[in-house]
Ligand binder design. Structure first.
Ligand code: DAK
Length: 259
């Protein structure tokens, strides 16, 4: 267990890290110190060669992350606000560029910066009490941690626009219908289901998993021809790995591959 002031980072299973935003008194709102802790926790995970999956959740049963910390944000100057946004954007981007899949386990409110954090993960599992929204306009600001860009990519322009200009929240089932989350589970089962998926992922060839993530993350911003060319390159590169020999050999020998 690595302990930071505002984040818990533990090995939840062999090869699986769980990062918990831990400020339950303020529904896990993100202040500057928490962002710094997030960056430090990401350094630990990124430098562990045995890590294969990262789960991200919030402390308590009520909230994943209820946004950026409004009490800290209130007095920022324009340049400080810009810096705060840039710092969060850079840290959230690291979830997308991390070598291993990152699953958000949304156990309650995912509002503002919390919804943006969840959307920066590779995919989302939600508890049945989850609520997603970008209520920044009600505070007189726009989202600042990527929400105006990631939300339309996930739910389409029209629904994103509705959410961003009205501040309306989606409950877990609507988020499921709209493709924002992959599955909805009873709150008490959320971690178990996250660990189950993590175990499934961890059984696969880690380099193939890393390349698959990279192809989806980088490919979605490219035209189809260049994106497919990148796929051919990484597909070819898989054949330079022992994982490919082992994976195919194991199939032919009718046994489970050992990666
Ligand atoms: N920040 C600070 N404290 C928060 C918080 C937040 N985002 N959310 C909740 N809390 C605190 C509450 O103040 C309360 O503290 P005490 O009164 O106990 O001291 C405690 O957590 C419990 O909350 P409530 O008593 O309000 O609990 P309820 O169940 O009644 O309501 C709620 C839950 C999630 C509906 C409500 O707390 C709520 O509406 N929270 C705020 C949600 C929100 O608006 N989040 C978005 C924040 S804005 C940027 C531009 C914009 C942004 C960032 C950067 N740049 C230009 C760079 C904006 C980002 C955001 O995320």
């Amino acid at each position: 267990m690595h302990s930071f002031e505002n984040i818990l980072l533990e090995k939840a299973a062999a090869n699986v890290y769980c990062l918990t935003v831990n400020r339950p008194k303020v529904l896990n709102a993100l202040n500057q110190a928490t962002l710094q802790d997030l960056a430090a926790a990401l350094d630990v995970v990124a430098s562990d060669q045995d890590a294969r999956v990262l789960l991200v959740t919030g402390s308590g049963e009520k909230s994943f992350v209820a946004g950026a910390d409004i009490s800290q944000m209130q007095g920022l100057t324009p340049l400080q606000a810009k810096r705060f946004g840039e710092q969060a954007l850079a840290i959230f981007r690291r979830f997308e560029t991390l070598d291993i899949p990152v699953i958000a386990l949304v156990n309650g409110f995912a509002l503002g910066g919390g919804c943006e954090l969840a959307m920066s993960c590779d995919f989302i599992f939600a508890a049945d009490n989850a609520k997603f929204g970008q209520p920044e306009v009600s505070l007189g600001v726009t989202p600042g941690f990527g929400g105006t860009q990631r939300l339309p990519r996930l739910v389409g322009r029209a629904m994103a626009m509705e959410m961003l200009v009205s501040g309306r929240m989606l409950d877990a089932n609507e988020a499921l219908q709209r493709g924002l989350v992959n599955h909805v589970y009873p709150q008490a089962e959320l971690m178990e289901q996250g660990l189950k998926m993590a175990a499934k992922i961890a059984k696969n060839g880690p380099t193939a998993v890393k390349f698959s993530k990279e192809l989806v993350q980088r490919g979605q911003d490219l035209d189809l021809e260049n994106a497919c060319a990148m796929e051919s390159d990484l597909f070819g590169l898989c054949f330079a790995t022992e994982e490919q020999s082992e994976g195919m050999q194991a199939f032919l020998e009718k046994r489970k591959a050992n990666f």
